[in-house]
Design a binder for this molecule. Structure first.
Ligand code: ATP
Ligand code: MG
Length: 504
């Protein structure tokens, strides 16, 4: 057996109020994909931050090729061959793809000026590994979340890393892109590169990892060969209990029509979208990259304008020009990118949850902090948000726990129509179950929910009805109770049922 590339021995790390890593040991072999799993707040990202030089451990040591290293910063970690894709996207939105991929490392010509042609060519080659035909000069701010995620990975690969740390690289990727990523990872493996792979998606881990380590409450509870462990066992180790029902029962009856969308069209984005949503109903929208699902959601809640078509809420035609206006009509919208769009990262959890419901918490225009704290506390408990308290600054919570805060912020307002992009992106299995139950509860109380998810099993499990989008058009609708993953994949690829029948 070959010597480990990376060895972490009995590492400890504390933050105020949290002992994030307790005596954690971890090892990575050359050519190995080693998955790191655990609930939100278990310590996964903290461990990656120590390996990549972001944080220094309080005690314990890190060895690379058997030699102890004291990493002072990320630059030094990079020089030692450690490439990292952070959980929160870290690209500079105002710079081009190429400039992001090669920061400070752009190829230069004699005399030191940047060789732009070579820079663009090299970037294009890297992007081509993902079949991404986007101009390297495109500004990152003009890319959708999926493409940004891919650029982030491309950037880490461009460092010629020998150790690659991927913190939830697929949380924004649809299934086809996940396959691309896996192809690339397999090629890297074959070159002897060691990869640490953090994910909450158990099927992905089973597909790509050789070994997996489970963290719980900052402690390592086990390391297993993937071939010798079952998904049930992994879940049990992560959450410390058995989880039986992943999805709540569907609606047994629907109420009145809440929302009617007729021939909604936005130039160059989507066209002719028509559907209805009823009280008590959850609609899932399935599709692949480029399907324009998020664009549709944005238009539904007034973030983006439409050129034609109508939105009718409870029989009244509305002209939405802003999300605030949609909100006043009882619509709540959770965007996919929580960091930039959804949360006040510098404010405490308590205020983040209450901010959309100010009226409910204030009497005579004054905030009622006691009630605000009590309501926040309820959500902390309901969703098991891991935090020292409701006063904690949201930016200091783990990624998945930030997602839970964002969801709480809207659930507390009890919207009539909840429009939500990737409801469980980045949350652990236990919290997923709780979020699904909360959404179903909201529907049972008479709300309607429309969500987009890149995970077909989640769409099938959570929705009552599934709409399928391909390149800006609705191409099909299936009752979720009868849907299969394979069917959704076929429909999402633009392969129509009639064609498939005709083709047999
Ligand atoms: N900079 C920080 N300041 C204070 N607490 C922190 C900081 N970074 C992490 N923590 C805390 O340390 C614990 C571990 O967080 P970490 O981000 O490692 O979790 P994680 O396993 O990556 O979770 P997730 O799946 O949600 O991303 C959490 O309780 C978190 O709130
Ligand atoms: Mg994390």
């Amino acid at each position: 057996m070959s010597a480990p590339l990376l060895e972490v021995t009995r590492v400890n790390k504390s933050f105020p109020g949290t002992h994030a890593l307790k005596d954690v040991s971890f090892e990575l072999l050359p050519g190995e994909v080693h998955a790191l799993m655990g609930e939100n707040g278990a310590g996964k990202s903290t461990l990656m931050h120590i390996i990549s030089g972001v944080y220094a451990p309080d005690s314990g040591d890190v060895r690379i090729d058997g030699r102890p290293v004291a990493l002072r910063d990320t630059r030094q970690a990079q020089d030692l061959g450690i490439g990292m894709v952070f959980q929160e996207l870290s690209l500079a939105p105002g710079l081009s793809i190429a400039e992001n991929v090669f920061p400070n490392r752009a190829p230069t010509r004699l005399g030191g000026t940047i060789d732009w042609r070579s820079l663009y060519r090299q970037t294009r080659v890297l992007l081509a590994q993902f079949d991404l035909e986007v101009d390297p000069r495109t500004l990152v701010r003009d890319l959708n979340v999926t493409t940004r995620q891919i650029v982030e990975i491309v950037k880490a690969l461009s460092l010629n890393a020998r150790i690659l740390l991927l913190d939830e690289p697929t949380s924004a990727l649809p299934p086809t892109e996940v396959e691309h990523l896996f192809d690339v990872l397999r090629r890297l493996k074959a070159r002897g590169i060691g990869i640490v792979y953090i994910s909450h998606r158990i099927p992905e881990v089973m597909a790509i990892a050789d070994r997996l380590t489970v963290l719980r409450d900052g402690q390592r509870v086990g390391t297993h060969a993937v071939a010798e462990v079952t998904p049930d066992r992994i879940i049990e180790q992560m959450v410390g209990r058995k989880i039986t029902d992943l999805y709540p029962p569907r609606a047994d009856q629907l109420g009145a029509e809440l929302l009617r969308v007729e021939r909604l069209t936005r130039d160059k984005t989507f066209a002719d979208i028509s559907f209805t949503l009823h009280r008590g109903e959850i609609i899932g929208i399935a599709g692949l990259m480029g399907a324009r699902r998020s664009d549709l959601l944005r238009a539904l809640v007034g973030v983006d304008r439409v050129q034609s078509g109508s939105i009718i809420i409870e029989g009244r035609r509305v002209h939405l020009t802003s999300p605030e206006q949609a909100f006043a009509l009882g619509m709540a919208y959770l965007p996919e990118e929580r960091k930039t769009d959804g949360l006040f990262l510098k404010l405490p959890l308590r205020q983040n949850i209450s901010v959309t419901a100010l009226r409910d918490f204030s009497r005579f225009g004054l905030m009622n902090p006691r009630r605000e704290a009590a309501v926040s506390q309820t959500f902390v408990e309901k969703l098991h948000i891991r935090t020292p308290g409701v006063q904690q600054i949201v930016g200091r919570l783990s990624g998945g726990n930030q997602q839970k805060v964002m969801l709480s912020k809207w659930l507390v307002r009890q919207p009539k129509i909840l429009v939500i992009d990737e409801p469980t992106k980045g949350v652990d299995v236990g919290a997923k179950v709780e979020i699904h139950a909360l959404l179903r509860e909201l529907a049972r109380q008479g709300a309607g929910v429309i969500f987009v998810s890149s995970e077909f099993p989640e769409i099938i499990g959570l929705a009552d009805r599934i709409l399928i989008m391909v390149e800006g058009r609705l191409v099909g609708e299936v009752p979720a109770a009868q849907a299969t993953e394979q069917q959704l994949m076929l429909l999402s690829s633009g392969y129509h049922v009639q064609e498939s029948v005709a083709g047999v």
